[in-house]
Design a binder for this molecule. Structure first.
Ligand code: ADP
Length: 269
């Protein structure tokens, strides 16, 4: 049990994200490695204890484990997490190139099991994207930031941008710009589908490679055009799997995590 930040030694910065910096840290006594996400929250708006509890109680091999949460009177919140030594899939693809269908199949299964675990506990992620899928040397893929995104949202209350990177947002969410009122479970599945497509294609599939992801271009591509489909070289099962994730008109027609887990793309592999 780690009861203070003073027991941890910061080794390096792993990444910078939505309102926080993630450090690689070492426990001075046991030499165990962890990731520590440090965020500055507004004074007077401490994270909701209920949500912190959800974070602590989450226990799935497909979700990055959250070990401890430290808060300071200054409003600084630090979350001690399991360290994923191969970083995010965003970085992985940038350095090694796009992923094969076989690997996407393995990754999809793990991510969907993580989504299923959280969705059946009534928790939505809101920010599924390659940077939030972390990988380790054992080739285990886990979802990061579950629950954390809600805490961050409270921390950044003054900022009007809803949590969730716009590029991965579902059309119904982009369109209304509302925080509530949409089906968060289906929105996670949309983001999952876009993410798997991007890992396969090697670039964000809604825009031309290199095109600026500004708000008008994204609105046009996501809300008003047909969802992109996979190139001909992909298998029919994979293309159908992605189509099931990117159902547009009626989000309730989008497949759920458990339905996707028995889709032939995953079930027959
Ligand atoms: P964002 O706010 O964009 O969702 P985070 O702040 O959670 O991203 O993390 C930023 C980056 O830090 C990630 O993309 C990843 O590269 C790295 N990172 C985050 N958590 C961990 C972890 N548990 N283990 C290893 N690297 C991590």
């Amino acid at each position: 049990e780690i009861d203070g930040l003073s027991q941890l030694e910061k080794l390096q910065v792993l990444g910078q994200g939505n309102g926080g910096t993630v450090f690689k840290v070492r426990h001075k006594q046991t030499l165990a490695l962890y990731a520590l996400k440090v965020m500055q929250c507004d004074r007077g708006t401490p994270p909701n204890p209920q949500e912190l509890n959800i974070l602590r109680q989450t226990n799935s091999p497909y979700i990055v484990k959250c070990h401890q949460i430290f808060t300071k009177p200054s409003g600084e919140v630090s979350i001690l997490m399991e360290y994923m030594d191969a970083g995010s899939l965003e970085i992985y693809v940038k350095s090694r190139g796009r992923l094969s269908e076989d690997i996407i199949c393995t990754i999809s299964r793990q991510v969907l099991k993580g989504l299923f675990y959280m969705h059946s506990r009534n928790i939505v992620h809101r920010d599924i994207k390659p940077a939030n899928l972390l990988i380790n040397e054992k080739m285990e893929v886990k979802i990061a930031d579950f629950g954390i995104s809600k805490i961050i949202q409270q921390c950044l209350e003054r900022c009007s941008t809803p949590v969730g990177t716009r590029a991965y947002m579902s059309p119904e969410r982009l369109d209304t710009g509302k925080h509530g009122g949409y089906n968060g479970f289906a929105a996670d599945i949309w983001s999952f589908g876009v993410t798997m497509m991007e890992l396969y294609m090697g670039y964000y599939p809604f825009l031309e490679p290199g095109q600026e992801p500004d708000f008008p271009s994204l609105m046009l591509a996501i809300c008003f055009r047909e969802p992109p489909s996979l190139p001909e070289c992909s298998s029919e099962k994979f293309r159908d799997f992605i189509r099931c994730c990117l159902q547009k008109g009626d989000p309730s027609k989008r497949w759920t995590a458990s339905q996707l887990l028995s889709h032939p793309f995953l079930a027959d592999a």
